[in-house]
Design a protein around this ligand. Structure first.
Ligand code: DGL
Length: 289
């Protein structure tokens, strides 16, 4: 009888909460490459995107700074009514996700969930490699955190993970220089450095959501036949699976096919650049904290 009462009041508690959009976060534009794939696969939900352009890039910042910035943005999503937030940023996933999940969420009385992009990628990346040598390209923060090596080896202990930081790539992309000769120089430079670590690498993970914009150049400088893996589809599939396994969260996600875009910096700049990442025109609003 007592148990039944608890179940009923939990049900009342869940149903009392107002539904909210799914939040998708990145330090800048990169997460739009992930949102694009999520929307393609799950168009029925409403989404709110936030790019913290005013403080991007996060890639070279300390753990404490990335955690502080990411937490502020996550709280902003919660204030918008979101119950589920995806950190579509590897740097934030590597440096802030665990602390937010373990220390911040338990202090919030409502049901809130924050997911990252590293685990879903690590779960399947080993399936692409026959040589058992996987290269990971990411920001300095993501690579120094060692998160990919640790997570990939949990699922694929026989895979050797070779990591290469590419600190110049995000600034080139954020400054609209991804098609320039300067971009060629730095793409070749970091791909060569990865290749020198081990010539048997047959799979390269682009572990930064900005990097798909350099995909054509990256292909030019990698050996023919190398698998180059981007994360958009992986994260989208993982979200489908998550929502199926967590009906208590799925019911809190509003449906209506709506998207809203926010930036912490100039909305004119955001509108101009975002379409390249998202593949459609974007009208953004200013996010106020
Ligand atoms: N798109 C972010 C990532 O996936 C990166 C960037 C940054 O702000 O340096 O890591």
């Amino acid at each position: 009888m007592h148990c039944q009462k608890i179940v009923i009041s939990l049900f009342e508690y869940f149903t009392m909460q107002t539904q909210g959009s799914i939040g998708v976060f990145d330090s800048g534009y990169g997460g739009l490459t992930v949102l694009k794939e999520i929307v393609k696969n799950l168009p029925q939900y409403n989404y709110v995107y936030l790019g913290d352009n005013a403080r991007a890039p996060y890639g070279n910042r300390s753990f404490d700074t990335v955690h502080q910035y990411t937490k502020e943005c996550v709280d902003w999503f919660f204030n918008q009514g979101c119950h589920l937030v995806i950190l579509a940023c590897n740097t934030a996933s590597a440096k802030a996700l665990r602390t937010i999940q373990q220390k911040h969420l338990p202090t919030i009385p409502q049901i809130k969930r924050v997911l990252g992009v590293i685990r879903p990628t690590a779960e399947i990346i080993g399936n692409f490699s026959t040589s058992k040598h996987v290269g990971v390209l990411g920001t300095t923060g993501t690579i120094q955190s060692n998160s990919y090596k640790i997570e990939i080896n949990k699922f694929f202990p026989d895979i050797q993970v070779h990591q290469q930081a590419c600190p110049m790539w995000v600034p080139l992309i954020e400054n609209n220089e991804y098609n320039s000769r300067g971009a060629d120089y730095f793409v070749k430079e970091y791909i060569n450095q990865l290749d020198q670590q081990n010539p048997n690498i047959d799979t390269i993970l682009l572990a930064c959501t900005h990097y798909p914009l350099l995909l054509n150049k990256i292909k030019e400088y990698t050996p023919v036949g190398t698998n180059i893996i981007t994360q958009g589809e992986i994260v989208a599939n993982s979200l489908i699976d998550y929502l199926q396994r967590h009906p208590e969260i799925e019911t809190l996600c509003s449906k209506g096919n709506e998207r809203a875009f926010y930036t912490t910096d100039s909305i004119e700049d955001f509108n101009q650049h975002a379409s390249v990442f998202y593949g459609e025109n974007v009208q953004s609003k200013l996010a106020r904290f």
